[in-house]
Design a protein around this ligand. Structure first.
Ligand SMILES: NC(=O)C1=CN([C@@H]2O[C@H](COP(=O)(O)OP(=O)(O)OC[C@H]3O[C@@H](n4cnc5c(N)ncnc54)[C@H](OP(=O)(O)O)[C@@H]3O)[C@@H](O)[C@H]2O)C=CC1
Ligand SMILES: CC(=O)N[C@@H](CCC(=O)OP(=O)(O)O)C(=O)O
Length: 350
């Protein structure tokens, strides 16, 4: 480890997001996991919760005590359910710790909107103000030197990276946007439930949370900022019988006459120098398998002269670019390191 190494604590280490953070941080050149925390399993070794970590991460799970975390860590990743970070973040910041939150608690800047969609009390206005929305390729520069980052949701990451350049340039009419998104079941976390039970999801595809998904206001917030006016979207999520991956298919009316190649060139220029967004050539479309296990977001386009609409398709791994990978990308940006440090994984294929 180099002298600019920092120590990371993971709250929610017994969940999927926590496990993915551990997998990725293990290979990070400037960060090491110094403590793992749990609200229900403290005093047990992490490998008892995750056998795949046997002989790799033998740390014992600890109770969540901000002062004790400060004694062991510089930065805290919160991979916890909604409601936890709203309460915990101010206590961690008071200790002088940096916080990267993977939950939805700090993403919506309007507390009333959070209350409406998440059905819980929001974080304080002060904490919401402090947290930078960490869509790395768009707001990455704002993360430098900051103490709190709200990591974007998995669907918003795939969708916003696919829409922002066209909305920003006025190439699509934001009022016509329709998003059809599919996810693997790991997006629902490790907790068991009827919704992700094998017998319920295997050999089946279903739409869920239609017009009621908590990522709707998050996507609208960012597209509204990008367009400079209110944006309202139609957004439908589908559960697919696969473990990892999100495919977001986006439709919108094109303003003026733009070809598929025009879109490809616009996006290549917008994401120039950003290592984790890959633009597909010649109207070819991405697949979740082509980004699995990696921090890439792959985007493809088809502009249809016949309908005057464009179809934009983006693919990510929900656990990596949609959660732990982007959280580490944000750590890198926060610390002024190479944004790709520790994240140069080739996707697992096939
Ligand atoms: N899975 C994904 O693809 C993505 C997840 N997210 C978000 O990241 C967060 C973590 O998700 P994920 O890892 O999948 O969820 P999991 O359900 O797999 O894990 C969440 C962990 O949080 C801990 N926890 C539960 N209650 C509390 C509490 N009151 N205080 C502290 N810790 C608690 C649990 O561990 P213990 O009982 O040991 O404390 C649990 O293991 C969620 O907010 C999720 O919405 C965001 C993007 C993508
Ligand atoms: C399959 C599945 O259930 N996925 C979850 C992903 C949500 C998530 O990650 O929640 P936050 O981003 O709000 O923290 C869902 O659609 O609600």
């Amino acid at each position: 480890m180099s002298s600019d190494t920092i120590k990371a604590a993971i709250v929610g280490a017994t969940g999927y997001g926590g496990a993915e953070l551990i997998r990725l941080l293990q290979a990070h050149p400037h960060a090491e996991v110094s403590c793992v925390l749990s609200s229900s399993n403290s005093g047990t070794p992490l490998s008892e919760s995750f056998a795949h970590l046997t002989n790799i991460m033998d740390l014992e799970l600890e109770a969540i005590e901000p002062a004790a975390i400060k004694a062991k860590a510089d930065v805290v990743f919160l991979a916890t359910p909604a409601g936890v970070s709203a309460e915990l973040t101010p206590k961690l910041l008071e200790q002088g710790l940096k916080v990267i939150d993977l939950s939805g608690d700090l993403r919506l800047k309007d507390g009333a909107l959070y209350e409406k969609w998440y059905k819980r009390a929001p974080a304080s206005a002060e904490v919401l103000e402090q947290a930078v929305y960490g869509l790395s390729e768009v707001y990455g520069e704002a993360a430098a030197g900051r103490s709190a980052i709200s990591n974007p949701g998995c669907f918003p990451t795939a969708t916003l990276l696919g829409l922002i350049p066209a909305v920003k340039e006025g190439w699509i009419d934001p009022s016509t946007i329709i998003i059809d998104a599919k996810t693997g079941v790991s997006g629902a976390g490790r907790g068991t439930g009827l919704g992700t039970h094998y017998g319920e999801i295997n050999e089946s595809v279903k739409a869920y949370k239609v017009n009621a998904h908590q990522h709707i206001p998050e996507i609208e917030q960012v597209l509204g900022e990008t367009a400079g006016r209110e944006v309202v979207i139609t957004f439908t999520t589908h559960l697919i019988p696969m473990t990892r991956g999100i495919l977001s298919t986006m439709y919108a009316s094109v303003s003026g006459s733009k070809s598929t190649q025009d879109f490809i060139e616009l996006y290549e220029s917008f994401y120039k120098g950003r290592p984790f967004v890959r633009i597909r050539k010649n109207g070819t479309m991405p697949a979740t398998k082509e980004v699995a296990g990696s921090n890439y977001c792959d985007i493809g386009f088809s502009a249809d002269e016949r309908t005057g609409r464009v179809t934009i398709v983006s693919a990510i791994d929900n656990m990596v670019k949609g959660a732990a990978g982007q959280a580490i990308q944000n750590l890198n940006l926060m610390m002024g390191w190479d944004e790709a440090a520790g994240l140069n994984f080739i996707p697992m294929y096939p």
